[in-house]
Write a protein that binds this ligand. Structure first.
Ligand SMILES: [Zn+2]
Length: 482
């Protein structure tokens, strides 16, 4: 593979490019979905291919192919060069200037204990089958869905600057949903997906079967639960609920390409504009967001990003103040930064890398604070667990989020179950209302494997970790009519 990478680089140099890189990717995806007691999908797909990116006269050219041979690499590299030449003619300014990056040579591999692809596929199907059997045994349950997704991406990267990098990344994930029907009403409850860059040992640690009956029973209990009374409430949010809120209200608005208006087509712009850097109050003093693409088991922990920039750790929000963004070699210089934050990632060999959310997490408290401590400080509030539906506007300001499980908090105690709760706020007001977070003991590196962005749309994965956190005086509404 390394020889083939160097072939592209030599060809690009002979053509006289300003910069070029190649990524050859061998990817394997295994996906198992069970509906009730039968498989809905069992897929095991392997793909190989490469993409070449050429910079000439300030413009990118890109071409890709699934035919990984020396001759084809030469001709695809030439094609990328021609696209760059043609695109440069349409520029009305100097075009793209890349931030500097040291030359890297090396290998990064996800540390795994058990290779997920060496586990017999029948064992995987049986595991999900046991989950669905347990769910379906619970009275009033009408449907059980369970899912497992295992991926491996082995990538070789080389650039005309001299970098030559292999990244071999494993990601595993599993979860399930129980659907209950009672008295003409329906509710569902999920064992929330918890993807990590780990081996099969992560799936084993999830205790999928052990939790199935409880999850199913909670789906039934949700039907009989009361709706919330609309109004201002204090909220205690668990890590898997907060993960999505973080992703949408902090992760996307601090992607520098979006901030600069380059990503307006697909999912809008951002209110967190560059003149706010270093001074804008994004949240309370207790709000600290750290981007860390070196986080163990993080979904964006790849050693190097897809343009050969070494993974880094940096502050995005410190003591509530907006300090920085995620960036690529292309956008970092536009705000005077000398180096990219290493957040360029591509979905497959057939896409150009774009600015993606890093592993971005809300930091825990150094004090010994438990979720119960947070609940004790609430007179009238709601505890929310898990992800639900959501919406957020094009500037990432006004939003509403649901959840998967809700409990009333009265006079410092967790009380009866509620259903169909939605909280509404405005990004800086919401994070401004955070008054306490739990310790690291209750911090979880939750995250996503399906973050969509770009045109054509690309999918990326990243961790958005969180402790439990308490928010004061947030508007709550009832999410569903009877
Ligand atoms: Zn996303």
């Amino acid at each position: 593979m390394k020889d083939l990478c160097l072939e592209a680089i030599n060809t690009a140099k002979k053509l006289g490019v300003d910069y070029a890189d190649i990524r050859i990717i061998n990817q394997r995806n295994q996906e198992i979905i069970l509906m009730d007691l039968s498989p809905k999908e069992i897929a095991d797909k392997e793909s190989i291919g490469f993409g070449v990116r050429v910079l000439k006269n300030g413009a990118w050219g890109f071409a890709s192919s699934s035919l990984v041979t020396k001759d084809n690499i030469d001709s695809i590299t030439k094609k990328a060069y021609e696209v760059a030449l043609a695109s440069a003619k349409t520029l009305d300014d100097k075009g793209i200037i890349l931030a500097n990056e040291p030359v890297h040579k090396g290998l990064f591999r996800t540390p795994i204990e058990i290779d997920p692809f060496k586990v017999d596929i029948n064992d995987k199907v049986n595991l999900l089958l046991q989950v669905n059997e347990k769910i379906l045994r619970v009275k009033h349950i009408v449907k059980a869905f369970s899912r497992m997704r295992l991926t491996r991406r082995d990538q070789f990267f080389a650039s005309t600057e001299g970098s030559l990098i292999e990244t071999d990344i494993y990601t595993v994930n599993a979860g399930y949903t129980a659907v209950a029907v009672k008295g003409g009403d329906s509710q569902d409850r999920s064992f929330q997906d918890y993807p990590l860059n780990k081996g099969w040992e992560h799936i084993q640690s999830l205790k999928l079967v052990e939790n199935a009956e409880r999850i199913a029973e909670e789906a039934v209990q949700k039907i009989d639960a009361d709706f919330p009374k609309a109004g201002k409430k204090d909220l205690v949010l668990n890590p898997s609920n907060l993960s999505l809120t973080i992703h949408e209200s902090v992760g996307h608005p601090t992607e520098l390409d979006r901030v600069l208006g380059y990503e307006a087509n697909y999912a809008g712009r951002s209110f967190a504009t560059t003149e706010k850097m270093g001074k804008f109050r994004y949240g309370s003093e207790k709000v600290n967001f750290v981007a860390d693409n070196t986080l163990p088991s993080g979904l964006a922990t790849t050693g190097y990003d897809d343009e050969g920039v070494k993974c880094q750790k940096w502050d995005i929000i410190k003591n509530g103040i907006l300090l920085d963004y995620s960036s690529t070699r292309e956008v970092a210089p536009l705000i005077g930064e000398k180096r990219s934050r290493g957040s360029a990632r591509a979905d497959g060999y057939y896409n150009l890398p774009i600015n993606r959310i890093p592993n971005l997490s809300l930091q825990w408290s150094d004090e010994d604070i438990t979720p119960e401590d947070l609940i004790q400080g609430v007179d009238d509030g709601i505890l929310i667990e898990g992800e639900g539906s959501y919406s957020i506007d094009q500037m990432r300001l006004n939003f509403q989020f649901g959840g998967d499980l809700f409990y009333e908090i009265k006079n410092g105690k967790k009380g009866k179950m509620l259903r169909d709760v939605i909280y509404q706020s405005i990004t800086p007001e919401f994070w401004g209302s955070l008054d306490a977070v739990s310790s690291d003991k209750f911090w979880e590196p939750r995250g996503f494997t399906n973050c969509g962005k770009g045109e054509p749309p690309q999918t990326a994965q990243m961790t958005n970790g969180a402790p439990y956190a308490r928010f004061r005086n947030i508007n709550v509404i009832r999410g569903k009519n009877e």
